[in-house]
Design a protein around this ligand. Structure first.
Ligand SMILES: [Ca+2]
Length: 272
C-alpha cells in the first residue's frame, strides 16, 4: 500500500473514520497500516471485542476486506500525485478534525446540561423523601462511557444516576472491584440502606457497603455475597445505628459481564 496514501488516510478525520467503519464491519488492519497510524499519532478506533491498535497489533486484512478497502478508499488516494498534493490535503483534514472535535465538545456540554435538567426535574417530581442519599453528590472509582453505549444522556453511566430515585438509571464501571460513594453532606446516624444493582432476572451481584465519617476510615455495615438474582426492588440491609457522612458500595462481582452497576443507593436513619 502506498505510504503517502496511508499518511493521508490517518491524517484526516473522515478517512480515518472510514477505517473505523471498516473495523466495525469486522475488518482488521495490516501491521503496516497500524504502524503508520501509530507513527502519525492516529487513534485506531475500538471495534467489537474492545481492542485498540496499541494493545494488539495482529490485525490482517482478509482478501475480501482488502478488496473492500481498496475499492472504497483507494480512489481518494488517487488525488495525491506527490508531496505537493499531500500537504494541502493534510491541512484540510486537520481543519476538519478540529471542527469535529469542537462539535463533539459542544455536544458534550449540551448533554451535561440535559443531565442537570433531568436531575432537577426528578428532584421536583419526587418531593420530600426520608432517603438521606437522594440527589446527594456521588463519586466513583470509574465510570463507563463508550460511544456505543453512551448512557441515558450521552455522558456515560455517571455516579449521579445512583441517587436519582429511579432504579433503572444506573452508575456503571467496568472490571471488578469498583466503588460508588455518596456524601450525605454532614454526619448523620444511619441504620438502613437499600442497594439496587441491575436486574435481568438471572444475574447477581456481590457487594459490600461501608460508611465513614471522614472519607478515610471505613466500617463495613452490610454486604451481599450470596448468588440471589438482582431485582429492581434491590436489597435492604438493617444494621446497628452508625454515624456516617459517606456511604460507599464496593461492587465486587457481576455474574453476567464485566460491568459493575448501582441503580440506587438509599440511606436511612434508624427506624425510617
Ligand atoms: Ca438511578
Amino acid at each position: 500500500m502506498d505510504a503517502n496514501f496511508i499518511r493521508f488516510l490517518v491524517s484526516g478525520y473522515n478517512v480515518s473514520n472510514a477505517v473505523g467503519t471498516l473495523c466495525w464491519d469486522g475488518c482488521r488492519l495490516t501491521e503496516g497500516v497500524i504502524g503508520e497510524c501509530l507513527g502519525a499519532n492516529a487513534l485506531i478506533p475500538a471495534w467489537p471485542g474492545g481492542q485498540r491498535g496499541r494493545l494488539n497489533r495482529a490485525y490482517f486484512f482478509t482478501g475480501d476486506e482488502r478488496q473492500l478497502f481498496e475499492g472504497q478508499y483507494l480512489p481518494a488516494a488517487r488525488a495525491i500525485g506527490g508531496p505537493g498534493d499531500y500537504e494541502p490535503l493534510e491541512r484540510q483534514n486537520r481543519a476538519l478534525r478540529a471542527q469535529v472535535r469542537h462539535e463533539r465538545e459542544t455536544r458534550h456540554e449540551q448533554n451535561l446540561a440535559e443531565l442537570e435538567a433531568y436531575l432537577a426535574q426528578r428532584r421536583a417530581e419526587m418531593g420530600p423523601t426520608e432517603d438521606l442519599a437522594a440527589f446527594r453528590p456521588c463519586t466513583a472509582s470509574a465510570t463507563t462511557h463508550t460511544r456505543v453505549q453512551p448512557g441515558p444522556h450521552g455522558v456515560g453511566y455517571v455516579p449521579a444516576y445512583a441517587t436519582d430515585g429511579d432504579p433503572r438509571t444506573y452508575w456503571g464501571a467496568d472490571y471488578a472491584p469498583q466503588w460508588l460513594s455518596v456524601d450525605l453532606g454532614e454526619e448523620r446516624t444511619i441504620g438502613r440502606v437499600r442497594v439496587v444493582n441491575y436486574a435481568d432476572g438471572e444475574r447477581f451481584y456481590h457487594y459490600r457497603v461501608e460508611c465513614s465519617s471522614d472519607d478515610e476510615s471505613w466500617l463495613t455495615v452490610a454486604e451481599k455475597m450470596n448468588d440471589g438474582p438482582a431485582t429492581w426492588d434491590g436489597d435492604e440491609h438493617l444494621f446497628e445505628p452508625t454515624p456516617a457522612r459517606y456511604v460507599r458500595v464496593w461492587v465486587l462481582h457481576n455474574s453476567a459481564n464485566i460491568g459493575l452497576h448501582v441503580g440506587e443507593l438509599e440511606v436511612y436513619a434508624p427506624g425510617d
